[in-house]
Design a protein around this ligand. Structure first.
Ligand SMILES: [Mg+2]
Length: 206
């Protein structure tokens, strides 16, 4: 059972997130093309590539998150990189020390979510990445006793369930909002890529 993680674990998690999302880039763009402009695969890969490249240079965990967030925001324009950047910059606020225990892991991801929530009013049920991210963070928080690997397993399951639920929803944000009931049946691309990121974190932690 892993009881603490440090900078190398986080680097590996985000490196895995980049490669797993990159492998599904076309799929995410195809999902976006169903109800939006079809650029989500490119947007999330560009942002995660900037994050990953920035993290490779990092030697301090706290600074790593703020630098990576800034890198995501300056590399690309658009809501995907802005939200990803705000997520990472928020994680900076949650870092306490170099060796992060289960409680600390939950605190980092809660802080990231809290900062992202300053950027967007999107909540669970609005057919956005929040439908995957919010349940993932809640799963981290409620599985702390089980150890860090189990926290990420639970978060991965919760995020995937959240993606499934987006099919039944109408969109409250983005271009898909204009399509009203016509988007019912389609998966939200932002939620799908966010769930892919959590699955990659789970693999990266091992
Ligand atoms: Mg798009």
């Amino acid at each position: 059972m892993i009881t603490t993680i440090g900078i190398e674990h986080f680097k590996k998690m985000f490196d895995m997130a980049f490669s797993e999302v990159k492998a599904k880039e076309q799929y995410f763009s195809e999902l976006d093309a169903q109800t939006g402009d079809g650029d989500h695969g490119t947007a999330i890969v560009t942002a995660l590539n900037a994050v990953n490249n920035s993290m490779k240079q990092a030697s301090d965990l706290k600074m790593m998150f703020t630098d990576a967030g800034f890198a995501a925001m300056s590399e690309a324009s658009g809501s995907t990189s802005t939200l990803l950047g705000s997520w990472l910059m928020g994680m900076y606020d949650g870092v306490d020390g170099d060796e992060i225990d289960a409680k600390g892991v939950a605190a980092i991801f809660r802080a990231g979510l809290a900062n992202m929530q300053k950027q967007t009013k999107a909540a669970v049920g609005d057919k956005t990445l929040m439908d995957a991210l919010v349940p993932a963070v809640e799963a981290l928080e409620s599985n702390q006793e089980a150890g860090i690997e189990s926290m990420f397993s639970a978060a991965t399951v919760a995020a995937a369930e959240g993606v499934e639920k987006t099919k039944a929803l109408v969109a409250k944000f983005g271009r898909a909002r204009n399509l009203k009931e016509k988007v019912i049946g389609f998966t939200d691309p932002g939620a799908a890529s966010m769930a892919c990121i959590w699955g990659a974190f789970e693999k990266g932690i091992r």
